[in-house]
Design a protein around this ligand. Structure first.
Ligand SMILES: *Cc1c(COP(=O)(O)O)cnc(C)c1O
Length: 393
């Protein structure tokens, strides 16, 4: 018996446990101080009424002999896949039901998709990065090349034709930086992927936060993308499904490698290793895409984006460099006075009792940067920004 030794190459992630420990210790020593966290990467607004109604209706159906359902299709019910096709249609993207796969979230699919790719492919991953892309490839032993996000490129790295990558990760709007690729920039990535016969894994988890109508909310709005990209999406941040669990992955029929449609491989993978998302949850997800549901989630997103505006206004007043926050719930700022990420973390915690996430935890290029999120309560965001202004103005 041999274990998968690639797992031994994974680095321990101390980021959130270290943040937790530092905050606990501070609170113990300063019990009278109120600490505000702007570090959370989880939503705080509850599910919208349209979703709650659909979830409860579906629960009652499951308790009735006539409407009870057992196993459904592994790739998801037609009603939900059609609702998603309708959502894409409004973005100007035509998809068929067969091109949409329902899952329990984007994280699982982003990891599981690697099943259909050889381990000797070379992977291109941005730095800083959502850690899932790196770790899932280390587990398989793939060669990883990093592309640098930095102040010069506004944390939007562009293709370098000298780099020979087969699988490319793009997350836009980005976690952790909040940076968003425009259409021209994404077109360059599509051109690069087509030229190399590579595949882009496009993480679109934050597409619903895009406010600027000129920015792409799906990679398939870019010509040629159906021939080179898989899109991962999730209701987690869009509709507060982080605990409810539902996402979807799009693999266009036109995406063919080694003469095989990747859609066919993924269908085979999912029908073999996955038994679908609960009927009740899929009905809740369907309600997100109804006119009522879309209207209601828009209000929650507007709430978060107003938080983001309050944060970015403060940073502008303080003359602090940042990206994000305009079309994304994340704000990525440059630590003032050339502080390192963890130095700035300690500085904010001790002097303003505000917690954020040190950029260094997201990769080498994150050093000297810091992530704030817009997912908190309005009052707390306002108080946190007052404190930061008092401290740094
Ligand atoms: C939150 C998030 C997801 C969504 O994950 P789920 O498994 O659907 O909850 C995907 N990608 C990024 C970058 C995220 O931040």
């Amino acid at each position: 018996m041999k274990i998968n030794k690639n797992y031994l190459n994974l680095k321990d992630s101390y980021l959130f446990s270290l943040i937790g420990r530092k905050v606990r210790e501070y609170k113990e020593q300063n019990p009278d101080k109120e600490v505000i966290s702007l570090g959370i990467g989880d939503v705080t607004r509850p599910l919208v009424p349209a979703v709650v109604e659909a979830l409860s209706k579906a629960s009652f159906e499951m308790g009735n002999k006539e409407t009870f359902r057992g196993y459904g299709e592994e790739q998801g019910y037609g009603f939900l896949r059609q609702a998603i096709c309708g959502y894409y249609k409004k973005k100007g993207v035509d998809l068929t039901e067969q091109e949409v796969f329902i899952s329990d979230g984007a994280k699982s699919d982003l990891g599981n998709i690697l099943d259909i790719f050889e381990t000797d492919n070379t992977v291109l991953i941005p730095d800083p990065v959502y850690p899932v892309y790196v770790d899932t490839n280390i587990m398989d032993g793939r060669k990883i090349i990093f592309m640098n996000g930095n102040e010069e490129n506004n944390f939007l790295p562009m293709p370098d034709y000298k780099v020979e990558a087969d699988i490319i990760y793009i997350c836009s709007p980005n976690n952790p930086t909040g940076a968003v690729y425009g259409k021209e920039a994404l077109k360059e990535w599509v051109n690069y992927a087509l030229k190399r016969d590579a595949v882009i894994l496009f993480d679109s988890a934050y597409e619903s936060y895009i406010q600027d109508e000129k920015l792409p909310t799906s990679i398939y709005q870019i010509e040629g993308a159906k021939k080179c990209a898989i899109e991962f999406c999730s209701l987690s941040k869009t509709a507060g499904f982080t605990g409810t669990r539902c996402g979807y992955t799009v693999i266009p029929m036109e995406l063919i490698r080694d003469g095989v449609p990747l859609n066919k491989l993924w269908l085979r993978r999912q029908t073999t290793k996955f038994n679908g998302v609960p009927y009740i949850i899929q009905r809740g997800a369907e309600a997100v895409f109804s006119d009522t549901g879309l209207g209601q989630i828009k209000e929650n997103i507007a709430y978060y984006m107003e938080n983001a505006r309050i944060i970015t206004d403060t940073l502008k007043k303080l003359g602090i460099w940042f990206v994000g926050g305009e079309n994304s719930p994340y704000i990525w700022l440059k630590c003032p006075k050339n502080m390192l990420s963890w130095e700035f973390f300690d500085y904010l915690l001790t002097n303003a009792q505000v917690v954020g996430t040190p950029g260094a935890g997201f990769g080498n290029n994150g050093e000297g940067f810091f992530r704030l999120t817009a997912f908190g309560d309005r009052e707390k965001v306002i108080t946190a920004m007052e404190r930061i202004k008092n401290l740094m103005l």
